[in-house]
Design a protein around this ligand. Structure first.
Ligand code: KG4
Ligand code: ZN
Length: 359
């Protein structure tokens, strides 16, 4: 039997489906950013991000328990700030959205629990959002003209994949990493080079001072598919560094960073371009934290130009974790007729890119 709250949410969502300027308050707490955003349609009214990077840096990576505790401490204040900065009243919110997965379970649970209570207290529907799809949806904010179908390259700290976005909620997975995600490889290579967490921006900075002189493999090159292996690439870099150290030979860390970045970028961009060509699509979208990488953006643009493809990527603030992208995906879901999450919604550490709603 449906509760009065569930009946009311179903009715509200039916009406919202036809509304273009839906006001959404979204929450994100899957890793080390506590974020809240308010959007109206595709317009971002506010986007507040409390990053824990400085806290986790001293451990060389994210410590899950510490992340959860900091989410608890930040989430109420971040939400109040997002509402104030958006210049709205709580009553103006049409629906609440939250990342339910993928991510660190304890961290996700803070956002999910808070969002459930917040939506219930307001009497508004709650939309559960797949974090990976949120990264893709950041691009609808960046480029209001972007419409499916297109090829999307997702490269974040937890996922690396090439997908075909046939429609807003119809995604086909073409290929993905068989082991480490690309961002994870950036972080691990950075650690071996003695650089701080998160490694991506550090590698990018150091790579500018180097040249791609270290020969590295292209794992799965001849597989013909769109799968990646970033663990193979990472291991090759680590072996190179250890061998040089053991032999007591001098080597340039900048050259290692540059060689790794070049190869990492080559692998992803080749797969995305091949997918666009093979599927007859003329738009390539890049999403996820690694989409912030300048060299990736540059090479993707060059290769796309060669084939006459259009490339789209979010501004830097929308590449790494934020709540505006979660609101953007919630907007797609509401407009596609999604159901509200009920009060039993749980967080999920592993979620597939093809999952539209919690399993
Ligand atoms: O999407 P994201 O913020 O979190 C996940 O959902 O995983 O991605 C974080 C990842 C980290 O591994 C970080 O090193 C990487 O994105 N990253 C970068 C850059 N900025 C962040 N990688 C390469 N170049 C960058 N400029
Ligand atoms: Zn992310």
């Amino acid at each position: 039997m449906l509760t009065d709250y569930e009946k009311s949410c179903a009715l509200q969502l039916e009406k919202l489906r036809e509304k273009e300027d839906i006001t959404i308050l979204a929450l994100e707490s899957s890793c080390d950013e506590t974020a809240c955003a308010v959007t109206r349609g595709r317009k971002v009214l506010s986007s507040v991000i409390a990053s824990q990077i400085e806290i986790h840096k001293r451990y060389g990576g994210v410590v899950p328990e510490i992340a959860s505790r900091n989410h608890v401490m930040a989430i109420s204040q971040i939400t109040a700030q997002a509402i104030a900065e958006a210049g709205i009243k709580k009553e103006d919110i049409d629906c609440v959205a939250v990342t339910y997965g993928a991510g660190l379970l304890g961290a996700l649970l803070i956002g999910v629990s808070f969002a459930k209570a917040f939506a219930y207290a307001l009497g508004k529907p709650l939309i559960a959002v797949n974090h990976i799809r949120g990264h893709v949806a950041a691009n609808y904010i960046a480029d209001p003209d972007l419409k499916p179908p297109y090829i999307c390259l997702i490269a974040s700290g937890g996922h690396t994949a090439v997908i075909k976005v046939k429609d807003y909620e119809d995604i086909e997975l073409l290929g993905s990493t068989q082991d480490d995600a690309c961002g994870e490889a950036f972080d691990k290579v950075a650690r071996v080079l003695g650089l701080e967490y998160p490694g991506g921006p550090q590698i990018q900075r150091l790579a500018k001072e180097g040249r791609p002189t270290v020969k590295l493999p292209t794992p799965l090159r001849n597989s013909g598919g769109y799968d990646f292996s970033y663990s193979g690439l990472k291991t090759a870099v680590i072996n190179y560094v250890h061998t040089m150290e053991q032999k007591g030979e001098e080597f340039s860390k900048a050259d290692v960073a540059c060689s790794f970045q070049e190869k990492a970028v080559e692998i992803m961009t080749d797969a995305a371009v091949r997918a666009a060509k093979n599927h007859g699509l003329d738009t390539i979208v890049v999403a996820g934290g690694v989409a912030a990488n300048e060299r990736l953006r540059e090479v993707m643009r060059q290769k796309a130009e060669e084939y006459g493809f259009r490339v789209c990527y979010p501004p830097l603030t929308l590449c790494t974790d934020n709540a505006a992208m979660i609101a953007s995906e919630a907007y797609n879901l509401v407009r596609s007729g999604a159901e509200a999450a009920d009060i039993s919604l749980d967080a999920s550490a592993t979620v597939r890119i093809t999952d539209v709603k919690p399993r």
